[in-house]
Design a protein around this ligand. Structure first.
Ligand SMILES: Cc1cc2nc3c(=O)[nH]c(=O)nc-3n(C[C@H](O)[C@H](O)[C@H](O)COP(=O)(O)O)c2cc1C
Length: 237
């Protein structure tokens, strides 16, 4: 078996591939040079080129080339927005599974791994989740309900949600973190057979972005962020 780097834009430039977080997959195709192929083939299944660099499996040449794309990467991270407008196009199981793998590898305090995910595609359940206050769930292709043990912190859960959202963005999808309100957390546990001692507040609806609907949104005067001087305090608050 050989490795292949799947490109979002179809081109083969390594630097761009890194910048776009493309996956390296073992699926029987070879497109890269011998050196790179060797690095890629030694990497674990599902490893990305980012990981290759981090664990020293990328050549010095490739690392130098990668440094030119660091700002692309931070731009990708900074550009994560809450998306509430989805088309009816389904999110494929392959893509969903890849997003779930990112969630599964989320760090947790003491590696407790106290947050699990229920994948919800059922239209009626998604509608109910929307009615319980997580409105964008109703129109999403898939909703990930985060189910968290009492002893796991909300920090763990929040980190998981963010990673799921970033993984969705890496696939060109939109997502949002939304919360069940009022009777929602209790009712969803009853509906989906989740034990009472679990926390069931956070959902991550994911779907293809309805770009026309987003373009038509009125400008949001509160959509920006504090200036960096008010956000980052150096040495003292
Ligand atoms: C912890 C948390 C809970 C949120 N809950 C909801 C929610 O229930 N419904 C919703 O529409 N958006 C929700 N959001 C999305 C925020 O409103 C959104 O991220 C914020 O307005 C900034 O917008 P932006 O991410 O597009 O820049 C939530 C975000 C976070 C981080």
């Amino acid at each position: 078996m050989h490795a292949v780097a799947r490109r979002l834009d179809g081109s083969l430039n390594f630097t761009r591939r890194v910048a776009r977080f493309d996956l390296i997959q073992r699926d029987g195709h070879v497109i890269d040079s011998a050196n790179r192929r060797d690095s890629i083939n030694k990497a674990p299944e599902g490893c990305t080129s980012i990981h290759l660099a981090a664990c020293g499996r990328m050549s010095a040449y490739d690392e130098r080339r990668m440094s030119t794309s660091n700002t692309d990467l931070t731009k990708f991270l900074r550009g994560l927005r809450a998306v509430r407008e989805f088309t009816a196009e389904p999110v494929s199981d392959d893509v969903l599974n890849d997003i779930l793998e990112v969630g599964r590898w989320t760090s947790t305090g003491g590696n407790r791994q106290g947050t699990e995910v229920v994948v919800i595609r059922d239209a009626d359940v998604k509608r109910r989740i929307g009615d319980w206050g997580a409105r964008p769930a109703a129109g999403a292709s898939v909703v990930l309900l985060l189910v968290t043990n009492g002893d796991a912190g909300v920090l763990d859960e929040g980190r998981m949600a963010e990673r799921l959202a970033l993984a969705a963005r890496a696939h060109g999808l939109g997502s949002i973190l939304a919360t069940l309100k009022n009777e929602g957390p209790v009712e969803i546990r009853k509906l989906l057979g989740i034990p009472d001692d679990k926390r069931t507040v956070a959902v991550v609806p994911i779907g293809h972005i309805d770009r026309e609907a987003r373009k038509a949104l009125p400008p949001n005067p509160n959509g920006g962020r504090k200036p960096i001087e008010q956000f980052a305090h150096r040495e003292r608050f």
